[in-house]
Design a protein around this ligand. Sequence first.
Ligand code: NAD
Length: 300
Amino acid sequence: MKLGFIGLGNMGNNMAMNLLKTGHTLQVTDLRREAGANLEEAGAVWVDSAEQAVSGADFSFLSLPMPKDVEHVVLGDGGVLAGCQTGHTIVDMSTNAPTVVKSLAEQCRAKGVDFLDAPVSGGVRGARNASLAIMVGGDKAVYERCEPLLKAMGENVFHVGDIGAGNVAKLVNNMLAFIHMMGAAEALVLGTKAGVDPNVLWSIVKASSGGSFIWNAGTRAILRDRLAPTFTIDLARKDIGLATGLADELQVPLKMAKLAEELIAGYQQNGYAQEDVLATIKELEKLTGTTVRGTWRDPA
Ligand code: NAD
């Protein structure tokens, strides 16, 4: 088969590399030419537009920052709909608004093109190791055609329901993860300021009722001071805003998520927009005169 991949950033580059390993022809593009260099070396074909990336392709995959980027890439001049043939399937793996993917799917259907929303969880490491969770919304038969390709990128692939359902699951997951990240940072700084060695605190919570995936992996990254921007505050602001927007639409009162949104929006305006969401711990360290980063000791 011939496949297209559009958006070769932190996530997309790694996901495209895993798709390439399936042996299908892969046409790739991004606004940044350099983002495709390693894929080209591995055998992918670089092209200069989304329209060319989907030319002759059976499936295309998108991993783009914002809902408006996906709309532009699908509907705009030189975009996917301009270049693909009838029977083509677009798989949007970006985190997107359920309303946006529903509208895109409708516009694609009118042109004989299928559309799935298939956002992912598991971060850059999951994208690299092909161990992502992938949550898919859309027609079941279309999903089944696509499943082997999705399994090349993720270990846990779910068909959630109709179009948009993948993003509902993703937004709920991320909302919970951000609430937890903000709480974990506060817990770490409070315990440390009160005199407990942060490294010891990490082991205790890990073995106790406050422990979680975020605590185990995220808090460890903070202690190791490994906070390269693999998931930026800009993207976190998008996700939490989409979750609270969905809640407003459905009149579900979310107090915890709105507080996390307020904190994240504050960090975004306060110089952290392009930093990793976990790097916001620096602000709490500064405010409290407490150091937690760089205190990691490998367990004996
Ligand atoms: P990123 O900013 O690293 O990559 C996005 C890429 O899209 C960039 O290379 C950019 O140049 C490219 N791009 C933007 N507009 C384009 C256009 N019009 N045409 C072609 N290319 C274009 O973002 P990321 O971290 O890889 O995230 C991608 C998506 O995955 C987002 O929707 C994000 O919310 C989601 N996501 C990210 C993570 C993570 O840990 N980073 C985890 C799960 C989901």
